[in-house]
Design a protein around this ligand. Structure first.
Ligand SMILES: [Zn+2]
Ligand SMILES: [Zn+2]
Length: 370
């Protein structure tokens, strides 16, 4: 956010005197948590958040982090956008393996690669509820591949280019391969990132749009699944939406983050009410930040992770979140194929910072294929 010269460190709790969160848990030999809830604050820039922390505007995130940690997360591979972001956070793979490089260059994540599918396979479908409740429709989506007549595709591209020009970084242009059939030209648009993964999930619901609808659905589903073990991904489209509309430094953007925080508090409150909080790890993170003071996130690699998981003990990479979650459920990461690119956030890893300027591959003008 504006003029943030003082690099304020994360506020960390003196939690060393408290017992470990899952001590005394009777949930199994591994003392693994029963449940994990991963909450997304789409487009929440790290510096903007730090300024809000200084003003005490995100009390629920800070209360959560005081039980565990708040660390810096950098984006070092893949675009700083929504498709690449959530695909990476929920698989632990660099784009070369997931096939999701950016909002414009993507494919369905190969079957079996996501946290949802890994948990279903490892624990058995009857032993885990995997749920995704998603504010956005585009970019966190599961449509199958489709064919669009070439002329219609061209018209869509033209319209989309105008929108993208007004709001750089939004990046809704869709690529595709031209095919010809009986003298007619079509564009084949690939299936969306969550096309495969959503098939084995207990619930995949996107396009909920507002924080209120996402949050309300989350509370309902928690209530409904309280007697099952679960992994929830709860995605709030704020502050990305107000950020594109009013800019990163706008009050609207701040209000979006405040609202994310309020809903995060309600979700944690629900876990407590249901008696599940002591057995649930909660992670809050973002897919990308925002270009300072701008309307988009063309290159915005600085985000964060706040959690009550006190084993998290270092700053990390966007790829490190999935391995952290998988390890908490007891998976042997060394056995996963292909090898994960991320490393759990309680294991030592070289700190790779996002370069201050976008890598050349991201600077290339986005061209709609063909
Ligand atoms: Zn996003
Ligand atoms: Zn965005």
């Amino acid at each position: 956010m504006r003029h943030s010269h003082v690099q304020q460190g994360w506020v960390l709790a003196a939690c060393a005197v408290l017992p470990p969160l899952f001590a005394g848990s009777t949930s199994g030999p591994s003392a693994a948590p029963n449940n994990v809830v991963l909450i997304g604050w789409d487009g929440c820039q790290r510096n903007h958040l730090k300024e809000m922390i200084a003003r005490k505007e995100v009390p629920n995130l800070m209360a959560l982090a005081q039980e565990g940690r708040l660390v810096d997360i950098d984006v070092t591979t893949g675009a700083t956008d929504t498709k690449a972001g959530w695909a990476q956070i929920l698989t632990g793979y660099a784009p070369e393996k997931s096939g999701v490089f950016s909002n414009a260059r993507y494919q369905p994540i190969p079957a079996g690669y996501s946290v949802f599918e890994r948990l279903e396979t490892f624990l058995g479908p009857a032993n885990i509820d995997t749920v995704a409740l998603i504010g956005k429709k585009g970019h966190v989506d599961n449509d199958g591949p489709r064919r669009i007549p070439y002329e219609r595709w061209l018209a869509q591209q033209k319209k989309q280019r105008r929108i993208d020009k007004a709001k750089p970084g939004r990046g809704n242009l869709e690529g595709g391969r031209i095919v010809e059939e009986n003298g007619r030209k079509f564009v084949e648009v690939p299936g969306k990132p969550w096309f495969n993964a959503s098939k084995s999930m207990d619930l995949f619901e996107n396009g909920l749009k507002t924080n209120e609808r996402v949050g309300t659905r989350a509370l309902e589903e928690l209530e409904k699944r309280k007697d099952h073990r679960f992994f929830f991904f709860i995605h709030f489209a704020d502050p990305d939406h107000p950020g594109h509309k009013h800019g990163e430094n706008s009050q609207e953007c701040t209000n979006g983050i405040r609202d994310d925080d309020a809903w995060t508090g309600r979700i944690i409150g629900k876990l407590k009410e249901l008696g599940l909080y002591d057995r649930t790890l909660v992670y809050v993170t973002a897919d990308h930040g925002f270009n300072e003071g701008e309307m988009g996130h063309r290159y915005a690699p600085y985000v964060f992770l706040g959690t009550n998981d006190r084993r998290v003990n270092r700053d990390g990479d966007r790829m490190d979140i999935a391995p952290t979650v998988l390890a908490r459920f007891g998976l042997d990461l060394a056995k996963l194929q292909p090898a994960l690119d991320g490393i759990p956030l309680d294991q030592p890893a070289p700190r790779v910072l996002a370069p201050p300027d976008p890598p050349p591959a991201l600077l290339k003008k986005r061209k709609a294929k063909p």
